[in-house]
Design a protein around this ligand. Sequence first.
Ligand code: ADE
Length: 254
Amino acid sequence: MDANEPEVAAPPHVPGPFRVDILTLFPEMCEGTLGHSILGRAQRAGLVEVGLHNIRAHGIGRHRVVDDTPYGGGSGMVMRVDVVEAAIAAVRRPDSLVLLMAPAGERFSQSIAVRLAAHRHLVLVCGHYEGVDGRVAAHLVDGCMSIGDYVLTGGELAALVITDAVARLVPGVLGNAHSLDEESFTRPRLEAPVYTRPQRWREHEVPEVLRGGNHAQIAKWREQASLELTRALRPDLLDAPPAPPSVDNMRQMP
Ligand code: ADE
């Protein structure tokens, strides 16, 4: 540097956009969903990046084979660990959190979404067919995630659910950041019902307090309605919330 050049302070560290890379055998399953509404807008605004990658690009040989029969017998085909390894290696960064979508994984929740949103880069690996070689969960990923106690035909829908729930927490993605504080499960409570016109529909009126313009009374009404709804529909949420899960806890499968 020229000694006469004025010293310029280093710019503050601006982390890049939040990025999710989804590894799948069926990228077309994800394409439509990601381009629309809030997620589509967030991508166009450069706040969120989503990459879709076909695991088959890392398949073996001319036929791009991605699976094989299970050792020990059994039905169906199993996705190969070496193929999944190559697919992960192609997108992994030093700051990546790599998660396998699997019904045996840690149950995804709003509190996990909040934790995942603190990462800059998620890699979501979608299994398909009868399963994924057990060494993927044990040695290749940072954890396994399930979106519920049911078995899907593959991890794609789970990856989309997680991408949506996490991306909307990225600062700037929701126009009104306030709604993040108000909403269900963050506190954790169910949200009070909301209403718009018409004021009277059939015999049902919008509660009077919401029409009065007294913000303190409205806040009190919403608090009370939220509590009553939670007590009626999800009393389990009113118990002390469990400690936030750590990423280490997500390693569920052997
Ligand atoms: N793959 C199949 N079922 C799943 C589930 N419930 N959650 C995440 N990934 C899955």
